[in-house]
Write a protein that binds this ligand. Structure first.
Ligand code: SOE
Length: 377
């Protein structure tokens, strides 16, 4: 018999859909002690939030997040609203004794992130941040191979996240889906939105980052703002590249842009160690490429591992070997892990405290780019 876990979700955009889908499907595939119940969804536009609730079968709606947090029938608050709302909501939710699941990045900046960590830890509530790419089975397998020592000492970590959806200078900023272009809502551009994913994965796979040197660029400097109707300065970084040292002595090279024509969500990483290398590509997310120098030379080469067998991470829960899964399953996996950790009384990674480390790297990257010199994380 599963125990109900009543979810109150704030925001109903793209991430609201990925999370709702995950809550609905998780118990069909994973054997868990808890079952998420879509109790309420909250948004300011009553008609839109009602339409969303009808579509996803939420039991009720709220138009003010404070009302949602005040409800006795809500156990966990899921924050899917823009970045500038995360801190206030998360802190209030923790103070009300609710668990908090927060969309990435954790916060607008480190100062907010610190307060969020303090709030959830003081309240002793379960918390996690949705860095979903850790739960792509091929990426989880990469973690397993590294932890088993198969690559040996790591020398290089390289990651890119390339998109092309903001090249049009007539694209406005602000409001609905375009809040990501408004610095007051997003905090930063590609650094917090895309590189944060790369940094989270990198820290998880390769350990902490010590220092960074970065450059950022804003290619379109003014855009119409949807909320004010005026042309306003663009405050976000359109592109960002940085070099770093990891604490384990390896070197990192990271790049992200929304101006790489032809690339929609090309998140890739490659890791080179003394015995071998691995690489992964989000556009082919069910494959992990692996090279092992210790193999006999006549058969040595890059292996293209199709991550679908039941002994590979998460894959025993899905179909039969050879049949792959996709993007939405990463969110299902995160909910499954969160519920399992909750049942075992364990923190669910990445916790707010772990996500704060990513926030520190993002902030150091932006500082380094602004002052054109190295920044210590
Ligand atoms: C931006 O386009 C975006 O949707 C990010 O906000 C997500 O975090 C990323 O996974 C895909 O791209």
């Amino acid at each position: 018999m599963t125990k109900p876990l009543n979810i109150g979700m704030i925001g109903y955009g793209f991430m609201g859909r990925t999370h709702s889908n995950a809550y609905k499907r998780v118990n069909d595939f994973f054997d868990l002690a808890y079952r998420p119940i879509l109790k309420a969804v909250c948004g300011r536009d009553e008609q839109k939030v009602r339409d969303f609730a009808d579509n996803w079968q939420y039991e009720s709606v709220e138009t003010e997040w404070q009302q949602l947090i005040a409800r006795d029938d809500i156990d966990a608050i899921d924050i899917c609203s823009p970045n500038n709302t995360h801190a206030e909501i998360a802190i209030a939710a923790a103070e009300a004794g609710k668990m908090v699941l927060c969309e990435k990045p954790l916060s607008m900046n480190v100062e907010e992130g610190v307060r969020m960590v303090e709030a959830v830890e003081k309240a002793g509530v379960a918390n996690t941040v949705w860095y979903n790419y850790r739960r792509v089975p091929a990426v989880t397998l990469a973690k397993q191979l590294i932890d088993e020592g198969r690559l040996g000492r790591i020398f290089h970590y390289r990651a890119q996240f390339l998109q092309d959806w903001t090249i049009d200078a007539n694209l406005p900023q602000g409001g609905a889906a375009l809040w990501r272009l408004d610095v007051n809502a997003a905090g930063s551009g590609v650094t917090g939105d895309l590189l944060a994913h790369c940094i989270d994965t990198a820290i998880w796979l390769n350990g902490r980052i010590r220092d960074v040197t970065a450059m950022t660029e804003t290619f379109v400097t003014e855009r119409m703002h949807n909320l004010t109707g005026k042309v306003e300065k663009v405050g976000i970084d359109d592109a960002c590249a940085f070099l770093c040292h990891f604490e384990n002595g390896s070197l990192g090279l990271f790049e992200s842009t929304r101006y790489a024509r032809g690339h929609k969500a090309l998140y890739t990483f490659e890791i080179n160690g003394e015995h071998g290398s691995i690489r992964w590509d989000l556009h082919d997310l069910h494959r992990l490429e692996y090279f092992d120098h210790r193999e006999e030379s006549i058969i040595r080469g890059w292996h293209d591992v199709h991550v679908t067998d039941g002994d590979m991470p998460y894959m025993d829960k899905w179909w039969v070997p050879g049949l792959q899964i996709g993007y939405e399953h990463t969110f299902v996996h995160q909910v499954a892990d969160f519920l399992e950790d909750l049942a075992n009384g364990q923190p669910s990674s990445p916790t707010f405290r772990e996500a704060l480390e990513t926030q520190r790297v993002c902030e150091s990257v932006l500082q380094s780019a602004a002052k054109r010199s190295w920044s210590t994380v």
